[in-house]
Design a protein around this ligand. Structure first.
Ligand SMILES: *Cc1c(COP(=O)(O)O)cnc(C)c1O
Length: 433
C-alpha cells in the first residue's frame, strides 16, 4: 500500500488545495473544494457520507445521472474489447456507429463527422474547417469570424477568441488573440420573433464585412456560460438567411444545447434550419468521458478536400476514442429509447411551477425556464462561497456564477427531488441580500 492509499480526506484535500488547478481557480486564495467520493443517480456522495442532489449535471453532461447501469455496461464491454486505438489509418465499429447516429439525428445537410476529445477542440475544428474551406476554394480574404456578445465557445485560443470579449477577458491575451467581430446578442425572449433592433447590428456588420468573414458562430437558442440567455428561433432563421445572402458560413455550437436540453434534440430544430457546421459535446457521452464532434455539410468537406492540402489538417491523438464512442452510442440510445421529449416537458413544467414565485423577490431581476434549464437572474452578484455553503447545508449541489443561480438537472431527476431542489434555490436567492 502506498502512502496515497492511506491519506486521510484532510490530507489529500490539503494537497489538492496547494497543488491542483481547478476551473478558473486561484492558487493563492483557493476556494474550498467539496470532496465527492462517489455518485449514483442524481446524488453525489461526499467524503463524510452525506449526499447532495445534483442540480448541475456536471455542467450539462450527466443527462442520465451517475453510475448508470446501461452506460456502465457499455463502458465495461468496450474496456474488455479495446479501450483505445489510434484513428490514423485505423477505424473501429464504435466510431462508425457514433458517426452514423450523429448524421442520422442532426439536420440533413450535415453528413461528415470529425470526432474529437473536448468541446473546445470541436470548436477549434469548426473554425479550422471554415477557414480551410475558404482558403481551399481560392478565397484568401475570408479569415475572420463574427460572434455574439455574451457568447461562450470554450477556453482554447481559437474558441476563446469567439467568446464575449469582456467576460472572456480578451485584454489579457490581446497581442496573441485573433481579432474577430462581435455584435449585440438578440434581446427578445424565446418564443418571440426577432425585433428589427435584434437584427440591426448583425445585418449591418455582415453587410460591411462579409468579404472578410469566414463564418458566424452562435450558440443556438441558449447562450450558456456567457449569461444563460434564451432567444428565439426566428432570430436563427433570419441569421441563416443573412449568412446565405452574404455567403458567410454558419457554425452552430450545440455543445451545451444538444441532446434534448432545450426541449428539442438539437436547438436548431426550434428554427427548422441547419448550420453549415455543428459542434456537439458535453452530454454526448452522458457525462462519462470527454468526447465531442464537429459535423459539416458535403459542400464544406468537398471544398476543403479539393483544395491545396487535399486533406483536413487536424488529427488529435485520442481522436475517436473507442471507449468514449461506445458510451456515447449507449447514451444516445438510452435517450431515444424513452419519451425523452415528454420527460423534458415534465422537468420544464416543474421548474416553471417551483421557480416562478422567485420573480416576486426583492433580490431577483428575472426568472426564466426552457426545457430542462431553470435560471434565476439576481440584481446583484451572488457571494459564491456563502450561497454554495448554504446549498450544501440543504443537501443540493449548485454552482451559481455572477448574478445567475441556475440549474440544469439530470433528465432522470424525480418530481420530488426536482421540487426540493427548486425550493432550496428559491430559499437561497431570497436570503441573498
Ligand atoms: C462547455 C462549452 C464549450 C467547451 O467545451 P469543453 O468540453 O469545456 O472544452 C464550448 N461551447 C459551449 C457552448 C459550451 O457550453
Amino acid at each position: 500500500m502506498s502512502e496515497y492509499h492511506n491519506a486521510s480526506t484532510e490530507d489529500w484535500l490539503q494537497w489538492d488545495k496547494n497543488h491542483i488547478w481547478h476551473p478558473y481557480s486561484s492558487m493563492l486564495n483557493p476556494a474550498k473544494m467539496v470532496p465527492v467520493v462517489s455518485a449514483k443517480g442524481v446524488r453525489l456522495t461526499l467524503a463524510d457520507g452525506s449526499e447532495l442532489i445534483d442540480g448541475m449535471s456536471s455542467w450539462w453532461s450527466a443527462i442520465h445521472g451517475y453510475n448508470h447501469p446501461t452506460l456502465n455496461t457499455a463502458a465495461t464491454n468496450q474496456l474488455n474489447t479495446m479501450s483505445h486505438v489510434m484513428f490514423g489509418g485505423i477505424t473501429h465499429p464504435a466510431a462508425a456507429a457514433l458517426g452514423k447516429r450523429l448524421v442520422d439525428l442532426t439536420p440533413a445537410p450535415l453528413t461528415k463527422v470529425f470526432i474529437s476529445d473536448s468541446g473546445s477542440v470541436a470548436v477549434e475544428v469548426a473554425i479550422k474547417m471554415a477557414l480551410q474551406y475558404w482558403y481551399s476554394i481560392g478565397n484568401q480574404h475570408k479569415t475572420r469570424l463574427l460572434a455574439l456578445r455574451s457568447g461562450y465557445h470554450g477556453d482554447t485560443f481559437g474558441a476563446m477568441a469567439t467568446c464575449d470579449p469582456v467576460t472572456g477577458m480578451h485584454h489579457l491575451f490581446n497581442k496573441v488573440l485573433p481579432s474577430h467581430l462581435f455584435v449585440e446578442s438578440p434581446q427578445t425572449a424565446f418564443g418571440e420573433n426577432a425585433s428589427d433592433d435584434d437584427m440591426a447590428d448583425i445585418t449591418a456588420t455582415l453587410q460591411e464585412h462579409h468579404q472578410e468573414l469566414a463564418a458566424v458562430i452562435v450558440e443556438p437558442i441558449v447562450q450558456g456560460a456567457g449569461g444563460m440567455r434564451f432567444y428565439g428561433g426566428d432570430y436563427l432563421k433570419r441569421l441563416r438567411a443573412l449568412c446565405d445572402e452574404y455567403d458567410v458560413l454558419l457554425i452552430h455550437d450545440e455543445i451545451a444545447t444538444g441532446f434534448g436540453r432545450t426541449g428539442k434534440l438539437f436547438a436548431c430544430e426550434h428554427a427548422n434550419i441547419s448550420p453549415d457546421i455543428m459542434c456537439v459535446g458535453k452530454a454526448l457521452t452522458g457525462g462519462y468521458l470527454s468526447l465531442a464532434a464537429t459535423l459539416c455539410s458535403d459542400r464544406i468537406a468537398e471544398g476543403i478536400c479539393n483544395g491545396e492540402a487535399g486533406v483536413f489538417m487536424h488529427g488529435p491523438t485520442f481522436m475517436g476514442n473507442p471507449l468514449a464512442c461506445s458510451i456515447a452510442n449507449a447514451s444516445i440510445d438510452l435517450l431515444l429509447a424513452d419519451d425523452w421529449q415528454g420527460n423534458i416537458q415534465r422537468i420544464e413544467r416543474i421548474l416553471n411551477q417551483e421557480l416562478a414565485c422567485a420573480a416576486q423577490l426583492a433580490t431577483v431581476a428575472n426568472v426564466r425556464c426552457l426545457g430542462a434549464i431553470g435560471v434565476i437572474e439576481l440584481k446583484d452578484n451572488v457571494d459564491m462561497a456563502s450561497i454554495q455553503a448554504r446549498f450544501i447545508d440543504k443537501g443540493v449541489w449548485m454552482r451559481p456564477f455572477g448574478k445567475l443561480v441556475y440549474t440544469m438537472p439530470p433528465y432522470i431527476i424525480s418530481d420530488d427531488d426536482l421540487r426540493y431542489l427548486c425550493q432550496q434555490i428559491v430559499v437561497a436567492v431570497a436570503e441573498e441580500e
